[in-house]
Design a protein around this ligand. Structure first.
Ligand code: NAD
Length: 253
């Protein structure tokens, strides 16, 4: 799909991978709405790219419905969705203080998995009602998994299972929307240099980067954005989860 002039929604657009994707989409001519719990962060990126910042809790049905409706009023219904909103809470299933709080587990599933599904259902409903573009394409939906979906480490039970849910969601969604020309893919990043990672001490960042076979460094958010745009551009990519990790396979700990 040629993104020029097309309405796009990026969740988690105020930071990290979402902000980089919003910048790349806008540079390619898309009309970008950045949805984020952190409205101030989204507003700063939106101002820079001439986009729209909307407050949204992706885990909440009414909040997402309102944000998607406001984006449609400003830009028309979105044909592109990139789900980047996420949280990475760590914790053992049974830690020093006993079993993990069930709400802590549920929160990660709620934001990462249910939040991605929430936006998928709303954006797909809008795109289904649009006329097809050249080649019969109506939309492209990309969610963000993680290599933790396949190699979750000790302490990543909640995060890894939320991301495995994204992997499992991708094919049935692609199959369901195929007759309407809406493609669904996911990206499974390795370790990327975002505010979350930049908060770690430099030596920890260096050792994480050194574990990556090649290139031996953290991924750059722009490299994630490049893949998102490549997926949107290449109509043959559908129902697939693509690892973006420099060959990294995470160890148990
Ligand atoms: N950085 C990495 O190494 C890495 C690796 C694999 C996967 N990922 C995934 O990529 C995605 C983006 O991560 P990032 O590193 O850019 O993180 P980040 O913390 O820089 O950005 C995440 C954004 O999501 C927003 N957000 C959090 N909860 C929200 C909610 N309920 N509703 C709306 N917005 C919400 C935050 O405000 C923030 O702006 C996440 O899903 C993360 O799990 C990141």
């Amino acid at each position: 799909m040629n993104v020029n002039g097309v309405a796009a929604i990026v969740t988690g657009g105020g930071s990290g991978l979402g902000a980089a994707t919003g910048r790349a989409l806008a540079a390619a001519g898309a009309r970008v709405a950045l949805l984020d719990l952190n409205e101030g962060a989204a507003a700063a990126v939106a101002e820079e790219i001439g986009g729209l910042a909307l407050p949204c809790d992706v885990a909440d049905a009414a909040s997402a419905e309102a944000a998607v409706a406001r984006a449609a009023t400003a830009h028309g219904p979105a044909r592109i969705l990139v789900n980047c909103a996420g949280v990475a809470t760590a914790g053992r299933i049974v830690g020093r203080n006993g079993p993990l709080d069930l709400q802590a587990y549920a929160k990660v599933i709620q934001v990462n998995l249910i939040g991605s599904f929430n936006l998928m259902r709303l954006v797909a409903a809008g795109a289904l009602a649009l006329d097809p573009l050249e080649g019969g394409e109506r939309g492209v939906i990309i969610s963000t998994a993680s290599i933790a979906a396949y190699e979750g480490q000790v302490g990543q039970a909640a995060y890894a299972s939320s991301k495995a849910g994204i992997v499992g969601l991708t094919l049935p969604a692609a199959r369901e929307f195929a007759p309407a020309g809406i493609r669904v893919c996911a990206i499974a990043p390795g370790i990327f240099e975002t505010p979350m990672l930049r908060g770690l001490p430099q030596e920890v960042q260096d050792s994480l980067g050194a574990a990556v076979p090649f290139p031996s460094r953290l991924g750059k958010p722009e490299e994630y954005a490049k893949l998102a745009l490549a997926i949107i551009d290449n109509s043959m990519l559908n129902g697939e989860v693509i690892r973006l990790d420099g060959g990294l396979r995470m160890q148990p700990k």
